[in-house]
Design a protein around this ligand. Structure first.
Ligand SMILES: Cc1cc2nc3c(=O)[nH]c(=O)nc-3n(C[C@H](O)[C@H](O)[C@H](O)COP(=O)(O)OP(=O)(O)OC[C@H]3O[C@@H](n4cnc5c(N)ncnc54)[C@H](O)[C@@H]3O)c2cc1C
Length: 593
């Protein structure tokens, strides 16, 4: 079974959990209308379903072989990419100044979900190109922007993001790639980068690498890192391609998943050094790269949502067809579809509820990013910026964690067939596995949430969010719909757990940072179950309010399931954060020897 973009579901979450309707009413998105949003989503859904989705397995099977320094992309990918860029999808959220369409990040996030679900390895290249264009637009010199931005925005050239080196992964302070000043204002780049996504390929004529490197007189650590734009081919003054730069792909990794995405080792300086152009200021490169990384972190979160959605669709279709055992309440005397068995229903509901909760969190993050740019009042822009900062690590880590969990359940629903490659369920599981690792591992996301995001505005950012969650619970109590079961009680308990864990962490950060770090990952999960549960409750409330044919019974059922099956983990998670740190710190002997 292939993927069908769930355009209706996506639009519903955009409007009712992520606040698109409110933003449109407030005029935040100019003259954008709901009809136009629906039309864009419909078109994206068609493209993802009809053109990209059939390439997913082709990419998995063919991979991206390297021969004579050139990477050959899987059959059909080049044509699909050309059609995709020709339709303007790459520049959807980019500024109209550079040829983009200036649409909200929120709409782009919805489209990214569809590209990734259709083929995660396909969506990844554009995701990085969009991030590269955003970093260049924010930090690049005018001449550099004039030369490169229109082509990065259109997708005629793709971008890469190059941080990792063998000794510098999570910790970029160990980075060694060198940049030396030249007389003409350019820089000589030498060194090696590993694990570079789309470092080499034949989808575009030029590839624009964004490379972190260190100047000879740079201060040590992350304060001495600069960002350089290093094109595969130098560009002549008239915009045509000139000489090949001194950068090459040395090898392509053999991986567990995303076989259609070339992961390259890149070598700079075989022949005296590659020509690089400084982006932003010297030694301020990490700040520039963060523009790109924040965008990419949300994008990777959307990969988790995407693969979970696709795995859920496939498992549900299989569960309707496969017959085994007779369900106790079956009318039919023969074997029932496995969908009739409560344990299979449990797995499928877990899949659907996790996917929808993660989707809502990702879209809420994208909406906050939009508000941080578009709110008229500066204080509101700053508050939105803090909200986006707070939610980004949760969107990235929770969504990619559930990506793996849901894909794993998808294999389980298929039984033995799930373990067989031809079925396709296994590919989702393999593909999903990387997303918790790249763009900052999920452990690093949790640390970011606890050490940098909770203290924002002295804790006011997280407290304002908690207050909003309480508002949702109050609204659930007020409608008092029996179809919501114990949703209000379970969500209220989750929020209380989150509040106590937040207070504890904020206090420990000052006195016992080790204890706070030990609790970071369960805290992120606790944050996500409270936030995701409330988002699903908001959707359920909206579905009961609208009379436009939305699936109110389904939304109520999912909100209740999440609250009663997933949010109930909050008590345990709180204990893991608050009481569990000492168990970790006291058990070092178990890891010795
Ligand atoms: C398929 C693929 C594509 C990639 N694409 C790119 C790309 O395009 N560009 C690029 O620059 N990089 C890319 N990467 C690299 C990726 O971002 C890194 O692998 C990732 O950041 C982790 O770094 P590492 O592998 O060195 O692991 P390590 O940093 O060695 O981490 C190993 C483990 O230790 C944990 N850990 C490390 N430090 C800490 C700490 N301080 N506190 C707590 N736990 C810690 C981590 O969470 C992890 O579980 C890619 C990797 C892969 C596999």
């Amino acid at each position: 079974m292939t993927y069908r973009a769930p355009v209706g579901d996506i639009a519903f979450t955009l409007k009712h959990a992520a606040g698109l309707k409110r933003a449109l009413d407030e005029g935040l998105y100019g003259d954008l209308t709901e009809d136009l949003v629906d039309a864009v989503l419909e078109e994206a859904g068609k493209f993802a379903t009809d053109v990209i989705a059939p390439l997913n397995r082709v990419g998995d099977v063919h991979g991206t072989p390297l021969a004579n320094g050139a990477v050959k992309m899987p059959p059909g990918w080049k044509e699909a990419y050309a059609a995709w860029t020709a339709a303007g999808w790459n520049g959807l959220a980019a500024s109209t100044d550079w040829g983009g369409q200036g649409l909200p990040h929120l709409i782009n996030a919805a489209c990214l979900e569809m590209w990734h679900a259709a083929a995660m390895a396909f969506g990844l290249g554009p995701l990085l190109t969009m991030g590269a264009a955003e970093a260049l637009a924010a930090h690049g010199a005018e001449a550099l922007k004039q030369t490169y931005l229109p082509k990065l925005v259109s997708g005629e050239w793709m971008g890469t993001m190059q941080l990792t080196e063998p000794q510098a992964g999570s910790d970029l302070s160990a980075l060694r790639t060198k940049a030396e000043r030249r007389q003409d204002g350019t820089y000589r780049i030498t060194g090696q980068k590993i694990f570079i996504t789309y470092g080499e390929h034949d989808l575009t004529d030029n590839i624009v690498h964004f490379v972190l490197a260190r100047l000879p007189d740079a201060p040590p650590g992350t304060r001495g890192i600069s960002l350089f734009l290093v094109p595969k081919y130098l560009v002549n003054p008239d915009g045509t391609l000139g000489a090949k730069n001194d950068v090459r792909c040395h090898s392509v990794e053999h991986k567990l998943g995303i076989h259609g995405s070339p992961t390259c080792t890149m070598v700079y300086g075989d022949d005296g050094g590659a020509t690089g152009f400084l982006v932003g200021e010297e030694n301020r490169g990490l700040a520039c790269m963060f523009t790109m990384m924040n965008n990419a972190r949300l994008g990777v979160g959307l990969e988790g949502v995407a693969v979970a959605e696709r795995a859920t669709q496939q498992a549900l279709a299989y569960a309707r067809e496969r017959r085994q055992g007779r369900a106790p309440d079956a009318a039919d005397p023969g074997m029932s579809p496995i969908l009739a068995h409560p344990d299979v229903q449990r797995m499928l509901l877990l899949m659907r509820a996790s996917t929808r909760a993660a989707r809502a969190i990702c879209y809420m993050t994208a909406a906050a990013i939009d508000r941080s740019h578009r709110e008229r009042d500066e204080a509101a822009r700053e508050r939105a910026q803090e909200r986006a900062s707070l939610l980004t690590p949760v969107a990235k880590a929770f969504s990619t964690d559930i990506g793996i969990e849901v894909a794993s359940l998808g294999v389980q629903v298929h039984g033995g067939m799930g373990f067989i490659e031809e079925t396709g369920a296994a590919q989702h599981y393999r593909d999903a596995r990387i997303a918790t690792i790249y763009e900052g591992t999920n452990g690093i996301q949790a640390i970011d949430l606890v050490t940098r995001k909770l203290p924002l505005s002295g804790g006011a950012a997280v407290r304002a969010f908690l207050q909003e969650l309480r508002g949702t619970v109050a609204a659930v109590r007020e409608i008092n719909d029996p179809a919501l079961g114990a949703t209000a009680e379970r969500l209220s308990e989750a929020i209380e757990s989150l509040e106590r864990a937040t207070d504890w962490l904020l206090a420990e950060l000052a006195s016992r940072p080790q204890a706070a770090l030990a609790g970071a990952t369960p805290y992120l999960r606790l944050f996500a179950v409270a936030a995701g549960g409330c988002a699903l409750a908001e959707e359920a409330l909206a579905a009961t309010r609208t009379d436009s044919g939305h699936d109110a019974a389904g939304r109520l059922g999912i909100a209740r399931f999440f609250a009663e099956h997933m949010a109930v983990a909050s008590g345990g998670l709180e204990r893991e954060v608050i009481g569990g740190a000492d168990a970790i710190l006291a058990a070092q002997a178990a890891l010795a020897g």
